[in-house]
Design a protein around this ligand. Structure first.
Ligand SMILES: NC(=O)c1ccc[n+]([C@@H]2O[C@H](COP(=O)([O-])OP(=O)(O)OC[C@H]3O[C@@H](n4cnc5c(N)ncnc54)[C@H](OP(=O)(O)O)[C@@H]3O)[C@@H](O)[C@H]2O)c1
Length: 329
């Protein structure tokens, strides 16, 4: 196969949304373990902004994005589970998803089940597989728990609300406006705290009748760290999985003893889908809930790839709800 010309977003330096440039790149034939995907939709994720600013570092210049969906256009010699023409999606990949055409290691790629659109798949893979490991692996929820989940109206958040409802778990969400709080409730949150106005610790104490929660899922980071610890029962688990407000730094481990022999973990999706077998099992659970309509994809915003900068501004300015996708013809 000859090289394919593709439009793609590149950054040459770290910085604000202005560093995102739409350029034309050459996509080589896939290597033995890769497939070439002509993409139909690409998922926007908060992690993309960390790579843009340099909070997470990769050698420059580089592309952006880890999540997408499209049609297989070419298959490497060693790939067994995919063929040309398959509708596929992925949620973990070497960064570079913001592109019309790209090569992806096949062990990160699954077929999209019938009935799920490209846009839905691109909105689900990274965020939905994250909820899968948070709820089914990091702290395996049994269905009897009351939990705290920050930024419940966001991309990961709205899937978490629905997954918790499906499990019978009472999810206390947080959100920064009444509109976002209402959306989280519509999607299955048991209660929502408006953390722009209300005291999270006091409200969690009230809602749990003084018991607090066994696990907190915190993708907000710096701003919520202390309150999250104070919402935990003795020996509870703090799952710090993101930095939307900035990274948690300079922690004295003694604080975990002082607040009740707490546990902390800082997980990432890559560890949980490190092999095709793990990815396939996690995706099967996710798409099983989608097939039963227990999880429905909420795409709150759509952008053209050329407007990637505007999409980043909307996300970091807290103007988005649910998932955001870039659409391609
Ligand atoms: N470790 C992993 O495996 C993994 C995987 C996926 C995502 N994540 C993390 O999960 C979090 C959610 O990701 P997402 O892509 O679904 O994003 P998102 O939740 O759609 O957007 C982030 C949300 O965080 C809230 N937020 C609180 N303080 C903020 C601040 N200072 N600036 C911006 N937003 C703030 C906002 O909701 P309110 O306005 O309601 O406060 C905002 O909408 C991110 O931290 C991301 O890095 C981690």
């Amino acid at each position: 196969m000859l090289e394919i010309q593709s439009k793609a977003i590149r950054i040459e330096e770290h910085g604000g949304p202005e560093v995102l440039q739409l350029v034309t790149v050459s996509v080589p034939a896939p290597q033995g373990n890769e497939v070439t995907i002509r993409q139909k939709a690409i998922g926007l994720n908060f992690i993309d902004t960390y790579f843009r600013t340099g909070l997470y570092k990769q050698p420059l210049p580089h592309g952006l994005g880890s999540e997408g969906a499209g049609v297989v256009e070419a298959v490497g010699a060693d790939v067994r589970h995919l063929k040309v023409g398959d509708r596929v999606a992925y949620g973990q990949s070497p960064i570079g998803a913001y592109a019309e055409v790209r090569n992806v290691p096949a062990d990160q790629v699954v077929k999209i089940p019938r009935g799920v659109s490209f846009e839905e798949a691109a909105a689900l893979m990274l965020k939905g597989l994250t909820v899968q490991y948070l709820f089914r692996q990091t702290y395996r929820l049994q269905g009897t728990e009351t939990i705290l989940f920050h930024a419940a109206a966001g991309g990961v958040g709205l899937i978490a609300c629905q997954w918790a409802r499906a499990l019978g778990v009472k999810l206390i969400g947080t959100a920064s406006s009444p509109e976002k709080a209402a959306l989280a409730k519509e999607n299955g949150a048991w209660e929502v705290i408006d953390y722009s106005r209300e005291n999270v610790v006091e409200r969690v104490l009230e809602l749990t009748k003084g018991k607090k929660v066994p696990v907190v899922y915190d993708g907000v980071g710096k701003d919520t760290w202390l309150a999250s610890l104070d919402c935990l029962q003795p020996r509870g688990l703090m799952v710090s999985f993101g930095n939307a407000s900035g990274p948690v730094e300079g922690v004295n481990l003694g604080i975990l003893a002082a607040k009740g022999s707490l546990y902390v973990t800082r997980p990432k999706l890559g560890t949980h889908v490190a092999t095709y077998a793990k990815l396939k099992a996690a995706a099967a659970e996710l798409f099983g809930l989608v097939a039963k309509k227990q999880i429905q994809v909420h795409i709150g915003q759509r952008f053209a790839l050329a407007d990637a900068g505007a999409a980043h501004v909307a996300l970091t300015n807290r103007k988005t709800t649910g998932a955001t996708v870039f659409t391609l013809d």
